[in-house]
Design a protein around this ligand. Structure first.
Ligand code: HEM
Length: 400
């Protein structure tokens, strides 16, 4: 696992492992570290809701015994905690991500999408990752958090470093840069936010700083941790959804034509894109606090468990012809691309809205869109979590 061949087509290896059983022990590093990889849909779904599996990252550090120096803000966010801490953090943050909150953002998402396409549509060719799928979600999350435009490339660089397989020291340093940056940003906003007269609509940091639940509120440090999580979560995942979806259409011209001709089909199609090539498709991790048994396999206590979201979403025991893109597949929302259970993606409504606006507008404005390279030349990002392209060269009939 985790070589260039794996990143090009993880499904081939996932399928082979699943054939041997839905839960397998695998080697995850050249230094001999092992983990348990779940490739079966039922088992992955069970693991995502299993209270015996922890997301508390302090346990992972202990297991690997590495002398890591990850910024505390990246270790104490809601995705890195278990109940009751997790329940409390999520309850305070959730109102900022409701469908209504996301609906208010739609006009701005459309505007940014239009501006990006105004630039690239007349060119007739572009890398749709760097010129479209990256800048859209990055601009949205940075605007929501109030990150000034000139700081965004630097933040993106640090966020990328965190997710690629750079050496541990480089990744740890990036985590401190992000945490220091967000600490300063929250600091500047903290006292101002309590003054309702200076608050602006769509000011996410202000909303989080002033969020209350039965007399409880987020501490300044908790707002920093949450802001870091949102920045990271809002960066690459949605980029991968848009990029993987466009690629899926370009490799399936009949379905590309059908959905372009009838954009009402796009909402269920997005669910199939999420299943077919999941953005967080390599794995998400857990840690066993006691032995757990899934089917014939017992995973001992104190083990790392990798839940292969992309693998589960292509389990033939759950989906007919799982390796085929089928935009009319029944039950499109059954996939695990946003997780399942208590940590289910808080940003799913935002991600769906961004993907819907991005894809609908792109399909309308880039007629005759085709892949501008051969499929085997495509390069995928090396990451143990995310499944996404480095670049997606496309060409189309240039137009206004
Ligand atoms: C959690 C996927 C976009 C914020 C998760 C999880 C998944 C996921 C699989 C659960 C991880 C686990 O249980 O281990 C995705 C995908 C996205 C996306 C595929 C885009 C297509 C976003 C966006 C935001 C966001 C845009 C916010 C700006 C979060 C947060 C959590 C989370 C805060 C943690 C929830 C918790 O711990 O309770 N996401 N995500 N995500 N996501 Fe997303």
């Amino acid at each position: 696992m985790f070589d260039a061949d794996f990143y090009r087509d993880p499904y081939r290896i996932y399928d082979r492992l699943r054939d041997q059983g839905p839960v397998q022990q695998v080697q995850v590093s050249s230094r001999g570290h092992h983990a348990w990889l779940i490739t079966g849909y039922e088992q992955a779904r069970a693991a995502l809701t299993d209270p015996r599996l922890s997301r508390d990252t302090r346990r992972f550090a202990y297991l690997f015994g590495d002398r890591r120096d990850i910024a505390p803000a990246l270790k104490s966010n809601m995705l890195a905690t278990d109940p009751p801490d997790h329940t409390r953090l999520r309850r305070l943050a959730a109102p900022a991500f409701t469908a209504t909150a996301v609906d208010r953002l739609r006009p701005r998402i459309q505007q940014i999408t239009d501006q990006l396409l105004d630039t690239i549509a007349p060119q007739g060719a572009a890398d749709l990752i760097s010129e479209f799928a990256v800048p859209l979600p990055v601009t949205i999350i940075c605007e929501l958090l109030g990150v000034p435009e000139h700081d965004r490339p630097q933040l993106r660089h640090w966020s990328n470093t965190l997710f690629t397989i750079a050496d541990a020291t480089t990744r740890d340093r990036a985590s401190h840069h992000i945490a220091d940056y967000m600490t300063a940003l929250v600091d500047r906003n903290y006292h101002r936010a309590d003054d309702a007269t200076t608050r602006q609509d769509g000011d996410l940091l202000g909303t989080l700083i002033t969020a209350r639940h039965r007399g409880d509120r987020l501490s300044q440090q908790e707002v920093v941790s949450l802001a870091v999580l949102l920045l990271i979560a809002g960066h690459e995942t949605t980029t991968n959804l848009i990029g993987n979806a466009v690629l899926a259409l370009l490799l399936n011209p009949d379905q590309h034509t059908a959905v372009t001709a009838d954009l009402d089909r796009l909402a269920p199609a997005i669910e199939e894109f999420l299943r077919y090539d999941s953005p967080l498709g390599i794995a998400t991790v857990r840690f066993t606090t006691q032995p757990v048994t899934y089917g014939p396999t017992t995973i001992p206590a104190e083990q790392i468990v990798m839940i292969g979201i992309g693998a589960a979403n292509r389990d033939p025991a759950h989906y007919a012809a799982p390796a085929a893109l089928d935009l009319t597949r029944p039950g499109p929302q059954s996939h695990l691309a946003f997780g399942h259970g208590p940590h289910y993606c808080l940003g799913s409504a935002l991600a769906r809205a961004e993907a819907h606006i991005a894809l609908a507008t792109l399909l309308r404005r880039l007629p005759g869109l085709q892949l501008d390279t051969s499929p085997d030349q495509l390069a995928w990002r090396p990451s143990r979590m995310m499944r996404g392209l480095r670049a997606l060269p496309g060409r189309w009939h240039p137009g206004p």
